[in-house]
Design a protein around this ligand. Structure first.
Ligand SMILES: [Zn+2]
Length: 186
């Protein structure tokens, strides 16, 4: 295996560390250095995920392209494109991070508002409960009054019935007396 073949394989995604590559790497300091640089880049890419800092294109070139040997042009072009993507990605991620922080602040503010609303809701609930209690008390006292009035009306009804019966008895008595008087011979 040539160094070029080895390094092209190492650049594959994901890097194929097959037996032939491993054997070549064991005996080739150049390719060992190349692999270390690749690992450094991979490490860098991994760190972008934590949003420490965007990787600059210059740093990527430093990590990958310190030219010790001629490399195929398309590999260089591919890595340059990858570096540009990483740069854009880094900037985007930084912007996204800022946006996430803003959103985090908004979430905290919203949580505060929700807490406030909860307090207001509790107050409103307490008020409503109090109103309901008052209404129920009022209804109960009204009911007591109604029962009392009903009782009085029934008593009055009984009295009236009694009076009516008495009046009818008086009328009957008077009629009897009238008849007795008119039946007497003159
Ligand atoms: Zn080699």
């Amino acid at each position: 295996m040539t160094c070029e073949q080895c390094q092209d394989l190492l650049l594959g995604e994901p890097a194929p560390r097959d037996r032939a590559v491993a054997e070549h790497l064991r005996d080739c300091p150049d390719c060992q250095r190349f692999a270390r640089r690749l690992d450094a880049v991979a490490d860098r890419l991994g760190r972008i995920g934590t949003l420490d800092e965007p990787v600059s294109m210059f740093e990527l070139y430093q990590a990958i392209f310190r030219p010790r040997r001629r490399r195929r042009a398309w590999v260089a072009a591919g890595l340059a494109a990858a570096a540009a993507i990483v740069l854009v990605l880094g900037v985007s991620l930084a912007a996204l991070s800022g946006r996430l922080q803003t959103l985090g602040g908004q979430v905290v503010a919203l949580r505060g508002q929700v807490g406030e609303l909860d307090g207001q809701l509790d107050e409103a609930r307490a008020d409503a409960r109090e109103d309901l209690m008052l209404m129920m008390e009022e209804l109960q006292s009204n009911q007591v009054l109604l029962v009392e009035q009903e009782r009085r009306l029934l008593a009055t009804n009984d009295e009236l019935r009694q009076s009516l019966t008495e009046a009818q008895q008086s009328i009957t008595r008077l009629e009897t007396q009238i008849r007795a008087v008119s039946d007497q011979p003159r």
